[in-house]
Design a binder for this molecule. Structure first.
Ligand code: UT7
Length: 342
């Protein structure tokens, strides 16, 4: 049975850096409140000429270059996003076209957990032998959904994209286990109420700001602190591993307090936890691939390492995965070939 090896990575973050003080100039908040409640110092907001598709294409191209894979070799494109350019067509087809790929393309909309769902999906196609090379992207442009009148949500999110290339190999590496979960009874806790078919866009909806993302922060916080440790423990059990086997924990970057809580529950020391929420805020489905890409680029991941990925988000949903790197990852042997700035 073929295994699925991560062979390339890349990310793109818009150049426009928005600090907490920048936000405090426009709404009733402060750098101190944002930092102490979430760990966020700054985030990136997309420019007028950027969309989820353009950011995905930039990240995807970097991942392909890093893996040394030509567009013609890609068998499938998976794009996880809850903020696609349009309700239809799916952003995955824009990404496939923009990268000059001739293959099927699929959008997965699973809130902040979308990238891990997509990675698990990629592994299924590879392990059946159906495909050899899959591009997996997580990308979001949430800033256009934020209401500056809603300070408890507006300060938390940012824009960006991350991508990995997954390729078939005979070496027993890749996904060792996964846990995918959903509890739709919590649907209202993270929601964009208008713009879908339940409540189409209307003057009334716009007047009530229903096209913006609404979040019940306290409920999501309780859910997140419970589910991160639970999902990861289940994934470790399924893989026959323990927390000591984890070389790097790459969690969803929503809030540093939530990450610290999960790391403490598993007894993971600081040096085994990837954190960049301070620089990007919560980029939803893009947090895990951006964090992965930065971890690879900064030398925090070595061939043969075991990674633990975990995320939670809208749905409510959750996902965890234990991933072994191959012992031979050419891009890791030539770090200068894949280095780029965000
Ligand atoms: O990817 C899915 C993601 N979502 C999450 O992970 C969110 C999870 N939740 C959280 O991260 C936290 O609940 C928040 C960061 C959203 C809030 O932290 P908290 O410690 O739970 O604060 P709180 O909701 O208890 O609010 C405390 C106070 C309130 O004032 P009162 O009622 O105590 O007077 C809020 O009105 O802070 C006030 N507040 C703010 N103050 C300054 C809320 N937002 C702000 C703000 N600036 N931006």
């Amino acid at each position: 049975m073929p295994h699925a090896s991560i062979t390339g990575w890349g990310h793109y973050a818009p150049p426009n850096v928005v600090t907490n003080d920048d936000l405090a100039a426009h709404m009733d908040t402060s750098d101190e409140w944002i930092r102490s409640r979430s760990g966020i110092r700054e985030r990136r907001f997309a420019g007028d000429d950027e969309t989820t598709a353009t950011m995905s294409i930039a990240a995807g191209q970097r991942a392909l270059d890093c893996a040394g894979v030509d567009a013609s070799a890609v068998d499938l494109v998976l794009v996880a996003s809850s903020s696609p350019d349009y309700l239809t067509p799916p952003v995955s087809s824009q990404v496939q076209h923009g990268l000059g790929i001739h293959a099927g393309a699929m959008q997965l909309t699973v809130g902040c957990t979308g990238f891990i769902y997509a990675l698990v999906t990629a592994q299924q196609f590879i392990s059946t032998g159906a495909y050899d090379t899959i591009l997996v992207v997580g990308a979001e442009l949430i800033s256009r959904w934020l209401s500056w009148e809603n300070r408890d949500t507006a300060v938390l999110f940012g824009d960006g994209a991350g991508a990995v290339v997954v390729q078939a190999t005979r070496e027993p590496c890749g996904l060792q286990s996964h846990v995918l979960g959903s509890d739709g009874s919590g649907a209202e806790h993270i929601i964009v109420p208008a713009g879908g078919v339940a409540q189409p866009t209307s003057h009334e909806a716009l007047d009530a700001n229903l096209q913006n993302v609404k979040m019940n922060g306290r409920e999501v916080f309780k859910f997140a602190t419970r589910i991160m440790g639970e999902a990861l423990t289940q994934a470790l059990d399924k893989a026959g591993r323990s927390a000591d086997d984890i070389d790097l924990f790459v969690p969803h970057q929503a809030n540093k307090r939530i990450i610290d809580y999960a790391a403490a529950e598993l007894g993971l020391p600081e040096e085994k936890v990837m954190i960049n929420v301070d620089r990007y805020g919560n980029t939803s489905a893009a947090t895990v691939p951006i964090a992965l890409s930065e971890a690879f680029q900064s030398g925090r991941i070595a061939p043969g390492d075991t990674l633990a990925l975990v995320a939670f988000g809208a749905g409510l949903t959750w996902a965890a995965a234990i991933v072994d790197l191959a012992t031979d990852v050419p891009a890791l042997a030539a770090p200068s070939a894949q280095a780029h700035t965000a």
